[in-house]
Structures are given as C-alpha cells and as structure tokens.
Design a binder for this molecule. Structure first.
Ligand SMILES: *Cc1c(COP(=O)(O)O)cnc(C)c1O
Length: 337
C-alpha cells in the first residue's frame, strides 16, 4: 500500500533525496558485502543529520499550531538540539534547549565545542542542567516565562521521537526505494537511540511490504528497551496514520556496540570510524554512527551478515560531535605531534 503523508503538516528544511553512495573500497576492506551509504549526514541545514527529517514534520505541526517558541531536550552534545536550533533560526522561531549532563565526559572540547558551540551560534537559548530535577525546573521556568510574555510554545521530545517525528523516516523509506529502483537490498543498518529513526524505517518497510531486514544497532539502551521503544512508536505512528502496523518481524536489534554506555567511546567504534574515513572519506560520529558501524563490522566478522549481501548503511550524521571527542582522538595519535 502506498504511504500517503500528504495530509500531515510539513515544512521543507532539507535537501532530498540525500545521496545514496556505493562504497566499493569499504566493501572490499570488509571482505564482501556490498555497502551503500545513505547520506542523511549531508542533508543541508545546520551541518546535517537524521533529526532534520523528523523536524520537517515536528515543526510543520508546531507552526500549524501557531507556536513561536520551540523547547526540546538532550545531552550536552545533542545533535537533535543543534539541528532544532538551526531549523528554528531558518524559520524565525525562538529555540530553548534544555541540556542535561548525561555523559561522563568533561573538558573544554566536550563542554564548549561541537554541537553546543553551534547551538549558541544558531541563536538558541541553552539551559545547561546537572540532572533530571534541574532540567524539569528549567523546563517549567521556560514555559512560565513564555506564557507571561504571550508566546506559544511547542515541546519536542528527546531526539524528536514521537509519532509525528517518526513520519520523517516513513517518508525516507519511499525516498530510498525510489533511489534503489530494481536493485535488491538484503538489509538496512541504522543506529538506535531514542528509536524514532528505526521506528520510522520499520513502519515504512512494513507499510510498503518491502522484504528487507532492518538491523538496529543500539547505542544507549538494551535490546529489550529499544524493542519496546520501537514497538510503542510504531503503534503510535500507525494510530496517527489510521493504519495499524502489526508486523515487526523484519527488525533485528543488537546492543553489543554500546560498550560502557551512551556517549562513551569504544576501541571498536574508533576502528570502524577510521575504516569508513580511510576507505571512503566518510566521517562517522563517535556516539551513534560510529557504534552502528562497529556493529556492522562485527556482524560481517561473525558471518551474521553474509559476504554476498547488499546493505544500506544509513549515515545519520553527527559530525560536530566528533570534535567534542577531539582530545581522545589526539591521544590515539590521529594527529602528528
Ligand atoms: C539522534 C541520532 C541517532 C539516533 O536516532 P534516534 O531516532 O534517536 O534513534 C543516530 N545518529 C545520530 C548522529 C543522531 O544524532
């Protein structure tokens, strides 16, 4: 059944379709599977990334609702916050970012460079909070101030992951299938954080009866938690579209690449990040796409992904975050003394 999203409010923000690139040197280095990279990292606005697809629908709905102030949440180096800040700049909306110290990283690079540097550059108001209690208090203060000033707020969830945001990746499935034409794909590989991206891909695959597997690489939660998140988001999206989506048998999750935790680098992640960089000139990020790539490399190594398969790796972006981790890359002697 064709998926009709035309009734959903949407505001154009990115460059579509994003490139789909064959990566022969990466495939050769991995000893087999043909890898195509879906370049959602280069979709234009605000240094790019996967949140832009969600924001087209989230901000479309917010504008339809008359909002002039957008509030959202994330970790200090949230890519979602940075892309929301850029989109708000483009649309002339006020952007309030409530950021919580959720990752055991400190120092000038992590606290002042990368995404958080861009948040300020794009004109967002950044509210830095030590923990959950502080962020609740900050949120309440922002809402009260907006009300007192006669502004109308719209609050977006962490990662932009609700049914409306998920529509961005339902639409991406149609875009990808049009690009692929007759080319058979066995598997799509993507990072799973707040799970909206994977939920959108899963829903789009299911709604279009596409016989492809979706491999989700968890980067913060366990398989069980991510499975529940995806199920809930897919159900909510089905309800929004008036089309129940029962089948998620094509979704396969793996949390082996998380390592010690969200945002904490692993040796396998750095290896995978180097591999993409040195074979294809593609820059992954240490928090999401790098760990998804590590999961891919691992699965090819164990034979869970066959050498004869054709894979689409969804590059979800996150480049600014790499610079937050620059000191660690320098220590790993990436930069000559
Ligand atoms: C947010 C993000 C993800 C994860 O997407 P979710 O929809 O939150 O699962 C993956 N990669 C990058 C670079 C991100 O910023």
């Amino acid at each position: 059944m064709p998926i009709d999203l035309n009734d959903q409010p949407r505001i154009a923000l990115g460059h579509w379709p994003t490139p789909l690139e064959d990566c022969p040197r990466l495939s050769e280095a991995l000893g087999g599977p043909r890898i195509l990279v879906k370049r959602d990292d280069v979709n234009g606005l605000g240094a790019g990334g996967n949140k832009l697809r969600k924001l087209e629908f989230l901000l479309g709905a917010a504008l339809a609702d008359g909002a002039d102030t957008i509030i959202t949440f994330g970790a200090v180096q949230t890519n979602h916050g940075r892309q929301t800040a850029a989109a708000c700049a483009r649309l002339g909306l006020r952007c309030e970012l409530v950021l919580t110290k959720a990752v055991p990283m400190s120092g000038a690079a992590y606290e002042q460079s990368g995404n958080i540097l861009l948040d300020g550059l794009y004109g967002a108001n950044v509210h830095l909070c030590a923990d959950g209690d502080e962020s609740v208090a900050a949120y309440e203060r922002i809402v009260e101030t907006a009300a007192a000033e006669g502004r109308k707020t719209a609050t977006l969830p962490v990662g932009g992951s609700n049914a409306v945001g998920v529509l961005g990746y339902v639409a991406a499935v149609a875009e990808l299938r049009a690009q692929l034409g007759d080319l058979h794909v066995d598997r799509i590989v993507v990072a799973v954080g707040s799970a909206g991206t994977a939920a959108g891909l899963a829903a789009g695959i299911s709604l279009s009866d596409w016989p492809v597997q979706l491999n989700g690489a968890c980067i913060s939660h366990t398989v069980a938690e991510s499975e529940a998140d995806i199920r809930r988001l897919v159900d909510e999206t089905g309800a929004l579209l008036g089309t129940p989506i029962a089948n998620l048998g094509h979704v396969l999750l793996d949390d082996s690449a998380v390592g010690p935790g969200y945002g904490v680098p692993t040796p396998q992640m750095w290896d995978a990040l180097r591999l993409f960089a040195r074979t294809e000139g593609i820059t992954l990020d240490p928090v999401y796409s790098g760990k998804a790539a590590a999961s891919l490399v691992e699965a090819v190594g164990t034979g869970a992904i066959g050498a004869d398969e054709t894979i689409v790796f969804v590059h979800t972006g996150g480049l600014p975050g790499l610079f937050a981790y620059a000191p660690e890359l320098v220590r790993l002697s990436e930069i000559p003394e």
